[in-house]
Design a protein around this ligand. Structure first.
Ligand code: NAD
Ligand code: UDP
Ligand code: UDP
Length: 309
């Protein structure tokens, strides 16, 4: 199994899961937003191999299955070098699809709910084409991922590749980067450090948060599904909450002196987001099982240990 972006948050959990299932795992990462630390505990496993490589360059290895996760996922990271972000999604997809074509490997793409942009349809179903700004500060990520989906479907139609396109909705858990600016890690770290909790806008925007283990289980099921099940398929937790409610939940759980403070809403910040997961449920028998409070407890425990608080 080849996992690109394998030293990132989701990738490291996927490496772990596949090793536990008895697979040989090749983890490829350029450490743009991931770290060796995320996979340090796997390095002694003889079935695990770590390769520093940037997927915008060709890669010649042998593999049966490719999970293509390489791409910075948090706005702070993907906006730091937006040209590289688009290259990673587009050139990275071309190279990994070329590799899949040569090796006849199955290939799964970690796509995103961002392909729906600031959605006008709620909840979002796979048939919705999205409402995306092509020239804004999120576009390097959103349009890069949309183009990658196009490439996946063209390689499927033109070269009969076995493809699996998963549209991931906000996922959280241990090994998120403490400074990557995503809301769950930000709120937990702020609460643990006794700093004020930064709500962007009035906090009425919504998201739906999935715990990492549930998502990884969905990836593995999707990879094992029949040839015809290409996706795109939504994966996420349909329980939707406002960002203000999330802040209150985290603060209640962690305790401490932090207060909620309100700051400017970033440009193009989606107002609402909730996956319709009927397709995943009907075709894969998949649905998330871990409730937000349970997942947050595990994530708080991780950050507490990491920050030594
Ligand atoms: P992450 O930033 O922790 O992981 C991404 C990994 O890709 C990092 O280890 C990074 O170093 C690596 N990478 C970036 N550019 C690369 C390149 N050019 N070559 C090789 N490696 C490269 O983020 P994550 O949350 O684990 O996201 C993993 C994938 O899932 C991404 O493709 C992301 O777009 C997608 N996704 C995640 C979420 C979420 O909520 N976590 C939601 C939607 C989509
Ligand atoms: N590629 C790769 N590893 C492989 C095979 C191909 O990285 O094992 C890259 C190669 O650099 C190429 C891209 O994937 O540019 C697309 O490959 P494809 O065979 O589709 O196109 P072509 O080689 O005709 O450009
Ligand atoms: N957000 C916030 N405070 C923070 C970080 C994020 O209020 O410290 C908001 C952000 O504006 C967005 C939501 O939380 O409305 C989710 O942000 P994140 O970056 O985690 O993911 P995305 O916007 O890509 O869904």
């Amino acid at each position: 199994m080849l996992i690109t972006g394998g030293a990132g948050f989701l990738g490291s959990h996927l490496c772990e899961r596949l090793l536990n299932d008895g697979c040989d795992v090749l983890c490829v990462d350029n450490f743009y937003s991931g770290t060796r630390d995320n996979v340090a505990h796997l390095l002694s496993n003889p079935r695990f191999e770590l390769l520093r490589h940037d997927v915008t360059f060709p890669l010649y290895v042998e593999t049966d299955e490719i999970y293509n996760l390489a791409c910075p996922a948090s706005p702070i990271h993907y906006q730091r070098d937006p040209v590289q972000t688009t290259k990673t999604s587009v050139h990275g997809a071309i190279n990994m699809l070329g590799l899949a074509k040569r090796t006849k490997a199955k290939i799964l793409q970690a796509s995103t709910s961002e392909v729906y942009g600031d959605p006008e349809i709620h909840p979002q179903r796979e048939g919705y084409w999205g409402h995306v700004n092509p020239i804004g500060i999120r576009s390097c990520y959103d349009e890069g991922k949309r183009c990658a989906e196009t490439l996946f479907f063209d390689y499927h139609r033109q070269h009969q590749l076995e493809i699996k396109v998963v549209r991931i909705f906000n996922t959280y858990g241990p090994r998120m980067h403490p400074n990557d600016g995503r809301v769950v890690s930000n709120f937990i770290v702020q609460a643990l450090c006794g700093e004020n909790i930064t709500i962007y806008g009035d906090g009425s925007q919504t998201r739906s948060f999935c715990y990492v283990d549930d998502l990884i289980d969905g990836f593995v099921r999707m990879m094992a599904s029949p040839f015809d099940l290409t996706g795109p398929i939504n994966m996420g937790n349909p329980v939707e909450i406002t960002i203000k409610e999330l802040a209150e939940t985290v603060l209640k759980m962690v305790g401490g002196p932090s207060k909620l403070i309100f700051q400017a809403l970033p440009q193009d910040d989606p107002k609402q987001r909730q996956p319709d997961i009927t397709l995943a449920h009907e075709t894969l028998g998949w649905q998330p099982n871990i409730k937000l409070e349970q997942g947050l407890e595990k994530t708080v425990a991780y950050f507490r240990a990491r920050l030594e608080i």
